[in-house]
Design a protein around this ligand. Structure first.
Ligand code: GUN
Length: 285
């Protein structure tokens, strides 16, 4: 079967360009969109993500403010900074890069962010809004998955959608978004029995497992669309996903590669959330 490779790099480029145009229109109205980026410590992976997020802001004409705090920062100090950013009317979005050092309670920090500035969509109020169909920010990676499907012409309504993974950041919101798009959704996880039987029913399969090349051809129905959220480095230093691309791709109608699939979408959707923050902050009660 011939398959479509879903080009996340190209689609994320389109979204960032749309964001750039909207940011420019806001600027003409005297509104400068500003994202506060907070990093505690200097974990190398986090530093790469933060650098890429700030670069995307530059590309889109979104102002970014950097708060680089030392690894020994206390929870109280971080909460004080968040209170200040919540109160600062010139700040539209607040992003606290995770993970945080062990002396800081991540849940407490996420809950301290004003829901109207929660561009990561991690606040329980944002999660609750998604669950109940109200307005709120949507977590960037799942929002990116939906954009990849829509912009690749893959219909979700009425389809069997199977999500493997139930994290608060990817699996659960991805399932809720597919449901919102009228998919018939099943969520699988580490305790699921007969996983293969379930994944083989999927028209749309979302793999957010965290195990390299876990999904082989025998997990996939002929003609399925496969979205790979995993990112791993193999023994040769090469990137791979949760899906064994070479064996799975020939069975699919569409598949995301790693790298260049879901990855670039996370930052594009962060930019999109920053733009949306102008309207959302007025609409969220
Ligand atoms: N750490 C890993 N991924 C993310 C993300 O999407 N947002 C934040 N804030 N931290 C992360």
């Amino acid at each position: 079967m011939s398959y479509q490779i879903i080009d996340g790099k190209a689609i994320s480029g389109q979204i960032k360009e749309e964001c750039r145009i909207k940011a420019e229109q806001y600027r003409e109205q005297g509104i400068e969109i500003t994202l506060a980026v907070v990093q505690v410590g200097s974990d190398p992976a986090s530093s790469v993500y933060v650098r890429n997020k700030k670069r995307a802001c530059e590309e889109c004409g979104i102002k970014s403010l950097s708060f680089e705090l030392p690894i020994e920062t206390t929870e109280k100090e971080l909460l004080t900074l968040i209170e200040k950013l919540n109160a600062d009317t010139s700040v539209n979005g607040i992003l606290v890069q995770l993970p945080l050092p062990e002396q800081i309670d991540e849940d407490k920090v996420i809950q301290a962010i004003d829901m109207k500035k929660d561009v990561d969509g991690f606040h329980p109020m944002s999660a609750g809004a998604l669950c109940t169909g109200q307005k709120g920010f949507v977590s960037c990676t799942p929002a990116g998955i939906i954009e990849l499907l829509k912009r690749s012409g893959i219909e979700i309504a009425g389809k069997e959608c199977v999500v493997i993974g139930r994290s608060n950041i990817v699996g659960k919101p991805a399932a809720l978004l597919l449901l919102r798009e009228n998919g018939t959704v099943t969520v699988c996880h580490s305790r699921t029995k007969n996983l293969k039987e379930i994944t083989r029913r999927a028209d749309i399969l979302v793999a957010a497992i965290g195990k390299p090349k876990f999904i082989t051809a025998d997990y996939v129905k002929e003609g399925a669309a496969v979205i790979d959220v995993g990112i791993h480095r193999n023994e040769n230093g090469k990137l791979c996903g949760d899906v064994d691309f070479d064996s799975v791709a020939p069975k699919c109608s569409a598949i995301t590669p790693v790298p260049g699939g879901v990855g670039p979408m996370t930052i594009a959707m962060l930019m999109s959330n920053c733009i949306a923050s102008v309207d959302l902050s007025r609409e969220i009660c």
